[in-house]
Design a protein. Structure first.
Length: 238
């Protein structure tokens, strides 16, 4: 091979490399221009996308959520008016002047405070109206039976203010509270007054009813004591 031929081939080879470099340069320049003007090359978005069935399920879920979720303006919360305390528990009626006088007598005779016995007098006033019984008769009976001690218990089994014997009157005790329910003054007065009312009606007179209440029929001593105490309360109430 002559020197001339070798030199010619070398120039051809160098021209081919130069052309290749120019072509690659142009391609790089075109890609840069496309990126600058916002055109994405053909293979730039070849990212992995979800399978068609997952895409369909996602669309369905979105549609269901949009269909069943109520708009906020469609949900309304009804306003509940406040119930005043006086509507839930009505206040007790003021004591009558007659009971006010009797209260002063009881406070002095039985050595109890006004604050302690005032709720008892309120209960007696209310319950006496329900049964149509003189409230002073109930108060006199309480005085003789327990001396206005709501925790009194007798050897014969009497409980509370009106000395009720539970085994004879369990059906009258409310809310299934049993014998201990009679230690509640309001319950004791309510049950005792019911027993007294029934006894008077059954016996036919106040004296006979009081004797029946006490379970004693001899010489009417118990009834006499209660009626004497009632008379003293009447005098104090004048």
């Amino acid at each position: 091979m002559s020197a001339t031929t070798h030199a010619t081939r070398k120039r051809i080879h160098e021209k081919g490399q130069l052309l290749a470099q120019i072509r690659n340069g142009w391609l790089t320049l075109c890609v840069l221009l496309c990126l600058c003007i916002g055109i994405t090359p053909a293979h730039a978005n070849d990212t992995v996308s979800p399978e068609p069935e997952y895409q369909a399920q996602a669309v369905a879920n979105n549609e269901t959520r949009e269909t069943h979720e109520p708009a906020l303006e469609e949900v309304s919360v009804p306003s509940v008016p406040a119930v005043p305390a006086s509507a839930a528990t009505p206040p007790a009626a003021p004591l009558s002047p007659r009971l006010q006088g009797a209260l002063d007598y009881v406070k002095s005779r039985y050595k109890v405070s006004r604050e302690a016995v005032h709720p008892l007098f309120e209960a007696v006033q209310r319950i006496s109206i329900e049964h149509g019984i003189d409230p002073l008769l109930i108060l006199a009976l309480i005085g003789i039976e327990s001396g206005f001690n709501p925790e009194a218990k007798s050897r014969t089994g009497g409980y509370g203010l009106m000395q009720i014997i539970p085994r004879y009157h369990m059906s009258k005790i409310p809310d299934g509270r049993g014998a201990n329910g009679l230690m509640d003054p309001a319950i004791n007065i309510k049950v005792g007054t019911q027993i007294l009312d029934e006894a008077i009606r059954r016996a036919g007179s106040m004296v006979a009813g009081l004797q029946s209440y006490n379970g004693s029929k001899k010489k009417q001593k118990f009834a006499a004591r209660v009626l004497a105490e009632k008379a003293r309360m009447e005098k104090a109430a004048q």
